[in-house]
Design a binder for this molecule. Structure first.
Ligand code: G3P
Ligand code: CA
Length: 245
């Protein structure tokens, strides 16, 4: 595969490919991840949940209803074998987290979002960390979540792995907790990001991520701030708007 690795002469595009390239391929599938790698994006975001038999799998929604052609029900109530019977867009399948890491290793920085909520997925943090270590990808990933207790548990299990707090709004109240768990990233819904918040992240040494920016006008705003890392579904549009194509 000529696109494997970082040997490509193609210029790297700074940005996070949100769920792969979902405006062209089904989100959170291997074909979608391959497309982001082929475009030479610097980062890729994916969503992780656990199957009924405790295998980390890559899918965004709590249920399989929206994404799969032939499935119904919650991810946590289906075994890996049952999940693998489902198709996405006719030919794709729900990837295991391991399959996704195998494809992405040495190609792109991975923002692993844990779709943890309270005790929905007991032991998920440890399972995900074990897989990252098995693949030797600790330096190539960071772990994010809306569930801040989940991030705290990840930090208790591993004192070095990159962490990112996901929030909708931008509040200075997040900074003490970010410091406490040594969190290097903060991911905020783009319309709530303010210039003072950008400056504060710069001062704190936190990489600020703006999600999920898909409109050209919003991309132009993001492009004004070199310290901001965009998260987008519209990979080629971002490459063009930011002058990285
Ligand atoms: O990483 C930020 C973003 O992915 C969070 O929202 O719903 O797309 O997972 P969602
Ligand atoms: Ca996500």
């Amino acid at each position: 595969n000529e696109s494997k690795g970082r040997t490509s002469m193609k210029k790297q595009i700074k940005g996070i490919a949100h769920r792969g390239y979902p405006s062209k391929y089904p989100e959170n599938t291997l074909i979608s991840f391959q497309a982001a790698c082929d475009l030479n994006f610097s980062h890729l975001e994916l969503d992780v949940q656990l199957s009924k038999d405790g295998v980390p799998v890559v899918i965004h929604d709590i249920s399989v209803d929206r994404m799969t052609d032939n499935g119904i029900g919650q991810v946590k109530n289906l075994t890996l074998a049952e999940l693998k019977e489902l198709t996405i867009g006719g030919t794709e399948r729900i990837p295991t987290f391991e399959e996704a890491l195998d494809l992405l290793k040495d190609r792109i920085i991975v923002d692993i979002e844990l779709k943890q909520m309270g005790d929905l997925y007991p032991g998920m943090e440890q399972l995900v960390l074990e897989m990252v270590k098995k693949k030797g990808m600790q330096e190539q990933v960071f772990i994010t979540s809306f569930d801040h207790y989940c991030l705290q548990r990840v930090r208790q299990l591993d004192d070095k792995i990159g962490l990112g707090l996901i929030n909708i709004g931008a509040s200075p109240a997040f900074f003490p907790f970010a410091k406490e768990i040594n969190c290097g990233y903060m991911s905020i819904e783009h319309q709530h990001i303010t210039e003072p918040f950008i400056r504060r992240c710069e001062e704190e040494g936190i990489q600020l991520i703006s999600w999920t920016v898909n409109q050209e006008s919003d991309m132009k705003m993001v492009a004004q701030y070199p310290s901001l890392l965009i998260c987008t579904n519209e990979l080629e549009l971002w490459a063009k708007v930011s002058g990285q194509n």
